[in-house]
Ligand binder design. Structure first.
Ligand code: ATP
Ligand code: MG
Length: 157
């Protein structure tokens, strides 16, 4: 099933000029960009994205970090996009993330980790709704889609 995911390029990604690199990886993978906004989030907005972590000890410093400087909010679309982008992001912190992943290649911090990606279809739906009205998500055809999304002829395992 075609899914959507909310991707946030965090303040460190913007400040360190890694925005183009991250978008380039998703584009080259073949994912479809359907919405984008460059904004500075309020502490309240960050708290809404990370509501499940509200009681965690790292919550306050994380909210400060994410509201400290602008971020790029994007919605990407493809079948299996949530799983694919999570793998491309790598483990939560660059210090431990696999080389080849975005965090593994560009971060070595245990706080600043460049990117957020939704972790399930349910959280994606909720997170996208926080920032994008339905008419801000663009429905269009990718002209190269016949070269991208061809399925295996063998039945799914
Ligand atoms: P994200 O939700 O940003 O995509 P994630 O899903 O890999 O990251 P989560 O467990 O959802 O990781 O944590 C959300 C965010 O909270 C992390 O991206 C990080 O900024 C922060 N965080 C998580 N665990 C810790 C920790 N132990 N110490 C400090 N910050 C943390
Ligand atoms: Mg998460």
């Amino acid at each position: 099933m075609v899914e959507r995911t909310l991707i946030i390029i965090k303040p460190d990604g913007v400040q360190r000029h890694i925005v183009g690199e991250i978008i380039g990886r998703f584009e080259k993978k073949g994912l479809k960009l359907v919405a984008a906004k460059f904004v500075q989030l309020s502490e309240k907005q960050v708290g809404q994205v990370y509501a499940v972590h509200r009681e965690k000890p790292f919550f306050k410093p994380m909210v400060k970090f994410l509201s400290s400087s602008p971020v790029l909010l994007m919605v990407w679309e493809a079948e299996g996009v949530i799983n694919m982008t999570r793998k491309m992001m790598g483990a939560t912190f660059g210090l431990y993330a696999e080389p080849g992943s975005i965090r593994g290649d560009f971060s070595c911090s245990e706080r600043y980790n460049l990117i957020h990606g939704s972790d399930s279809p349910e959280s994606a739906q909720q997170e996208i709704k926080l920032f994008f009205a339905p008419n801000e998500i663009i429905d269009y055809k990718l002209t190269n889609s016949p070269w991208l999304y061809v399925k295996s002829a063998s039945p799914k395992k």
